[in-house]
Design a protein around this ligand. Structure first.
Ligand code: MN3
Length: 201
């Protein structure tokens, strides 16, 4: 099985002014495309060749850096593009809204905790919202292209993520990662996050 770069559901400029078109073009067309090609090279002729990406993330050897970085990079960006959109942001609705309130007391408190996870990840990495058994939600962060489903992760199913690598924001925000994190909340497609929550709870 060979993985393909998924189609984006929006144009490169759809997320402006929060994420600029040039950043999207390079991030998707160069970085994500590179992870996809390198993932295919890393699984070729191995026991992972016929596995889906979830199985690969759960079972891969953390010492296999080519597979670890590129399987993570492939999945993480797929999710990232899916949970953003134009005319999104605002408050969540549906069952995910209730789940956020019951797990974090309020949406505001959730936002503070998620922003903190994203801002305090040193160097490159990701912030996550994950679903555990019985719908319990957890915020975590991972370094580099690691993923919560890997053996060193929190073990929950990720439903929301934020890329805090410099390549995700440097052209527009330079060193101002907190401003980029703030802007991300204008882009979250809560309907899609809710759908993912319903799949895993
Ligand atoms: Mn990235």
């Amino acid at each position: 099985m060979s993985f393909e770069l998924p189609k984006l559901n929006y144009s490169f400029d759809a997320l402006e002014p929060n994420i600029d078109a040039k950043t999207m073009e390079i991030h998707y067309g160069k970085h994500h495309n590179g992870y996809t090609n390198n993932l295919n090279n890393a699984i070729e002729g191995t026991s992972h060749e016929n596995s889906d990406i979830i199985e690969i993330l759960k079972n891969l050897d953390l010492n296999n850096m080519a597979l670890r970085n590129n399987a993570g990079g492939y999945f993480n960006h797929n999710l990232f593009w899916e949970i953003m959109g134009a005319n999104c942001g605002g408050n969540p609705s549906g069952e995910i809204a209730q789940a956020i309130n019951s797990n974090f007391d309020s949406f505001e408190n959730f936002q503070e905790n998620f922003k903190k996870a994203a801002a305090t990840r040193f160097g490159s990495g990701w912030a996550w919202l994950c679903v555990h058994k019985e719908g319990k939600l957890e915020i975590c962060s991972t370094p580099n292209q690691d993923n919560p489903l890997m053996k060193n992760g929190c073990g929950g199913n990720p439903i929301l993520c934020l890329d805090v690598w410099e390549h995700a924001y440097y052209l527009n925000y330079q060193n101002r990662r907190p401003d980029y994190i703030e802007a991300f909340f204008n882009l979250i497609n809560w309907e899609e996050v809710n759908n993912k929550y319903l799949d895993f709870r």
